[in-house]
Design a protein around this ligand. Sequence first.
Ligand code: NCD
Length: 311
Amino acid sequence: MSELSVKHLLGIKYLTEADIQLIFDTATQFKEVINRPIKKVPSLRDITIANLFFENSTRTKLSFELAQKRLSADVINFASSVSSLKKGETLIDTVNNILSMKVDMVVMRHSSPGAASFLAKHVDATIINAGDGAHEHPTQALLDTFSINERLGDVAGKKVVIIGDILHSRVALSNIFALQKLGAEVCVCGPKTLIPKHITSLGVKVETDVNKALKWCDVANVLRVQFERMSASYFPSNREYAAFYGITKPMLDALDKEIIIMHPGPINRGVELSSAVVDSNQAIILDQVENGVAIRMAVLYLLAEKINHAN
Ligand code: NCD
């Protein structure tokens, strides 16, 4: 297969296993490119991309922008805090105004679940979801599974536990879909208050004891507590969370195998992971960041090919 089955990247839910493999194969080639002295290719020379970030972001925004520049695309950036949205303009009006400037692709992060799908229905551009509320964050799950693949040779048959604030996490849902499509076994672990009630209907295991979860897994993907999405108190204090769910080096050293530690960032050192774990060889957190650029280059390149074919 040399073409994606979708025209937009709205969520992992809509991708086939073959789509994910194609993205991985393309990302492997781009990873080679970005490690060369000349890191740039002309592939998207005639493509204009708007990055619309209605929510804060460091890694994802920089990673998309770098991926676009490495592919020679023209890029415009927009952050909601400095825009006319503050003056009452609707999302569709804002985006249509930007599209009148002849933009081909939109990368959007928004606090409302479904915002990217809504846009894909109403505007004439390729849409890439860079995180929609607590729903999906597809490029994060692609770079996470790509990083597992790179370290362990395969995702199929591996046991992956996602630890932390599952309830408010778009990274968790996208990872569950991606891991399952690639044949991994998935467990979620955290305080009961941070695990959605019906999560088992997705075919994942639930574990509230973090030591048991660590013993079971090959890979632990540890998430940040999403304080900004909480309207109530889900646990007594950060100290209590760290005491029950924080992962420390002695906990890892007590296991009879070496598991891999992942984190999408930003990390709260000393809360979900101790500093010694973050800085250990078991953590592949910076590999995830490097792979993020290659994965986003692959997604942009493959979706741009669909635009050209349609014309
Ligand atoms: C995540 C996000 O924004 O969903 N971060 C990221 O994209 N690297 C996770 C988080 O904010 O904790």
